[in-house]
Design a protein around this ligand. Sequence first.
Ligand code: ADP
Ligand code: MG
Length: 242
Amino acid sequence: MIDIKNVSKWYGSFQVLTDCTTSIQKGEVVVVCGPSGSGKSTLIKTVNALEPIQKGDIVVDGTSITDPKTDLPRLRSRVGMVFQHFELFPHLSVTDNLALAQVKVLGRTKDDAVKRGLKMLDRVGLMAHKDKFPGQLSGGQQQRVAIARALSMDPIVMLFDEPTSALDPEMVGEVLDVMVQLANEGMTMMCVTHEMGFARKVSHRVIFMDKGQIIEDCTKQDFFGKPEERSPRAKEFLSKIL
Ligand code: ADP
Ligand code: MG
């Protein structure tokens, strides 16, 4: 579903990604972890071409993001993205937040968009809040709306960038529950997260990054179960967060 091939990227003269290669199969859940500043957010943003790359290629469901003929807005509309900060429109109701991109980007009628959006809102357990504004919801609820909004676009893959790290601790669980449910339903997911409970429970693979490089790319069984085979940097990281 996602093929990341020898990707390098620079911000000016600073090399933020160095020769990153990995791929994610349909239905696979991959957790990306690593120290702050290691390039996790940058890597995930390159997947839907929110950040350009200078070397290598990324192919999403058969479409190369570097091919000048690729319709990037169309590709992005198929890739769901959930960030640390929920980025809902504060002046729109939950229902309108859910419908907006479906109407603008996918060309759905408002009725269809609302129907689809509310179905996804129900899936994240927030139907009762459909007429509220984001400011009237808790952080955890806002993040669940953001996930429902992404799902309303019928994504072929979901990208998460630390979706729980801006939340108060008591709200982390409700967002992780939604992600676990998605994973169990077979959604293809690439998740930057330090929630190792989530990684252990539902991920298939763990990627560990350091200084712009993919240092580890292995099954979760190997990542957590065979520490002796891990690189010193991954071991040090694990010892700090586990
Ligand atoms: P992570 O998500 O792992 O914390 P990032 O991908 O956000 O790492 O950042 C990787 C490195 O790139 C950091 O050193 C960061 O300061 C730098 N960086 C991130 N975004 C930019 C940018 N827009 N311009 C210049 N440097 C950036
Ligand atoms: Mg980041």
